[in-house]
Design a protein around this ligand. Structure first.
Ligand code: ADP
Ligand code: MG
Length: 227
């Protein structure tokens, strides 16, 4: 698609209560074009994960607006937001977050079933093959290596054909070689499906693979300094 995939306007968010309350995001405005890959970088605690959750509709800002493909998430009630998220946004976490009591195939089929897609299991099998795990369909997460679990998580994220993929340090729990394979896979799937990617990373090498880098510091976007 062309046009804005993600539009954040003056997003503010505080989390926690009382003395633990933190003003995490401070006046964040950011546009991401359709098909773009953005690397989100910054020191630990700068708000990267929180910003990703806001983009994914998992956290609502206190003020400001979040639009995904022109849909203002603030106008959606909880059910409509969950429905929208399930179809348009794919999320990959550092710690995989697979359902431990479901097989790999069932994990990948779950979002397809929730989105009422026909042939959820057949499509899930194809997604498992696309990530090189056609031979691990009936394994449980605990029976898979970290790299395999992340492949399943990526298959689950892309299965509903989301417009937006967000990934929060997806290689953070993996060794370097496995991490590189996971990144290659993520970028290949993003390209094949024309999705927009926002990738949180500490690794400057990964950030360089992106079209653009956005740097957070203390909840604000740091403007690039001209050389
Ligand atoms: P990053 O991903 O860049 O390391 P986070 O978005 O996880 O940063 O967190 C940003 C800041 O917000 C941190 O100082 C963190 O302690 C604080 N924070 C995050 N979640 C909560 C919460 N639920 N309650 C209170 N503070 C929080
Ligand atoms: Mg984080």
């Amino acid at each position: 698609m062309s046009g804005k995939a993600i539009a954040l306007s003056q997003v503010d968010l505080s989390l926690g209560r009382g003395a633990a309350r933190v003003h995490v995001l401070r006046g964040i405005s950011l546009d991401v074009a359709g098909g773009e890959a953005v690397g989100l970088v910054g020191p630990s605690g700068s708000g990267k994960s929180t910003l990703l959750m806001v983009m994914a509709g998992l956290e609502r800002p206190d003020s400001g607006a979040v639009a995904i493909e022109g849909t203002d998430l603030g106008r959606l009630d909880e059910d409509a937001l969950a429905h929208f998220r399930g179809r348009r946004i794919g999320i990959v976490f550092q710690a995989f977050h697979l359902v431990p009591t479901m097989t790999a195939l069932e994990n990948v089929a779950l979002p397809l079933e929730l989105a009422d897609k026909p042939d959820a299991h057949e499509r899930a099998r194809m997604e498992m093959e696309a990530v090189g795990l056609g031979h691990r369909l009936h394994h449980y997460p605990a029976q898979l290596s970290g790299g395999e679990q992340q492949r399943v998580a990526i298959a689950r994220a892309v299965a509903p054909d989301p417009a937006i993929l967000v990934a929060d340090e997806p290689t953070g729990n993996l060794d370097e070689a496995t991490g590189r394979q996971i990144i290659d896979l993520l970028f290949a799937l993003k390209r094949d499906r024309g999705a927009t990617l926002v990738l949180v990373t500490h690794d400057p090498g990964l950030a360089r693979l992106c079209d653009r880098t956005v740097r957070l510091r203390s909840g604000r976007i740091e403007e690039p300094v001209a050389a």
